[in-house]
Design a protein around this ligand. Structure first.
Ligand code: CO8
Length: 283
């Protein structure tokens, strides 16, 4: 991906109705200190609508993430929103307003959220401003969240007569616990960045104007690690959400043993013994 992600299909291989791309991406990413090797930056690009997630945007985003995931040189992806006011203010309410159970079932756009969940490359959300509804759900689908001091998280769908539909009731509850999640989901109340950090929703809080750079720096640290071990570790951590403790421990042990078949295990341990920096081959 260069300056702009290739125009991608929505709703079954049709371009967005207005022909306007909703995603802007760069690989390798460029931060204020220059190029960040092995890291991609994907920007939700609907600033005037506070980066509201219409179906076309989610389709483009999914395609862009899958293309990066298939690129062996890309080792971490940062997702952010255009502008300073929003990561994403949720699903596009104007578009959602006209949906019916049948249109939602037939179009089946929500399957794309499953595809985002299956991205194996680590994903970091860089959140400035609001991450509401589907925006909060997208941030929580990422593996880590770097939040600006002015970031605000919430699931306000209840105020629209509905409820979270892309993972909010499950991921928010797992992240911050039932008591706080229930309050946010039943009242639409939002949570600021500092509270979100205290409750385990975000990885770190940074000054607003440094958010993307801080996320890129974290991504560069991940990208510098042995790639096969990173993939295995990400998968094992995510299994903690899905499995019983016993099954999760078993999964972890098998993954741990498997990594002893990698060149990077031999290199990492040899480098430690020989007191030199390791050189990862990704094998
Ligand atoms: N959808 C569509 N347009 C939006 C959205 C949205 N979610 N949020 C903001 N906008 C638009 C506004 O309509 C406005 O456009 P215009 O200038 O053309 O009128 C522009 O963005 C700026 O917004 P405001 O004027 O409202 O800005 P304020 O600073 O006054 O308010 C808020 C900012 C508080 C963020 C306010 O815009 C707001 O409450 N937005 C809606 C938040 C919300 O309810 N989100 C949940 C949506 S439902 C959802 O996410 C369900 C998820 C289901 C799964 C995901 C499927 C993709």
């Amino acid at each position: 991906m260069t300056d702009r992600a290739p125009s991608t299909p929505n709703r079954g291989a049709q371009p967005a109705d207005d022909g306007v791309s909703r995603i802007r991406g760069a690989f390798p990413a460029r931060g204020s200190a220059g190029e960040v090797a092995s890291v991609a930056l994907v920007r939700l690009d609907r600033e005037r609508a506070l980066n509201a997630l219409d179906f076309a945007l989610i389709a483009e985003l999914t395609d862009a993430l899958e293309a990066l995931d298939a690129n062996p040189d890309c080792h971490c992806i940062v997702i952010t929103g255009a502008g300073s006011r929003a990561f994403a203010a949720g699903a596009d309410i104007r578009e959602l307003a006209g949906q019916t159970p049948i249109s939602l079932t037939v179009e089946n756009d929500f399957h794309r959220w499953e595809r985002i969940k299956r991205i194996r490359t680590p994903l970091i959300a860089a959140v400035r401003g609001v991450a509401l509804g589907g925006g909060c759900e997208l941030a929580m689908t990422c593996d880590m969240i770097v939040a600006a001091e002015d970031a605000e998280f919430g699931q306000p769908e209840i105020r629209l007569g509905v409820m979270p539909g892309a993972g909010g009731t499950q991921r928010l509850t797992r992240a911050i616990g039932k008591a706080k999640a229930m309050e946010m989901i039943l009242t639409g109340r939002t949570m600021g960045a500092r509270d979100a950090e205290a409750h385990g929703l975000v990885t770190r809080v940074v000054p607003a104007e440094t958010t993307v750079d801080a996320a890129l720096e974290l991504a560069a640290q991940v990208a510098a690690m042995p790639p096969v071990a990173v993939l295995a570790a990400k998968e094992a951590v995510n299994r903690a959400y899905e499995l019983s403790l016993e099954a999760g421990l078993e999964f972890e042990r098998r993954s741990f043993f498997l990594l002893f078949a990698s060149d990077d295990q031999r290199e990492g341990m040899a480098a430690f013994v020989e007191k030199r920096p390791p050189t990862w081959s990704g094998r």
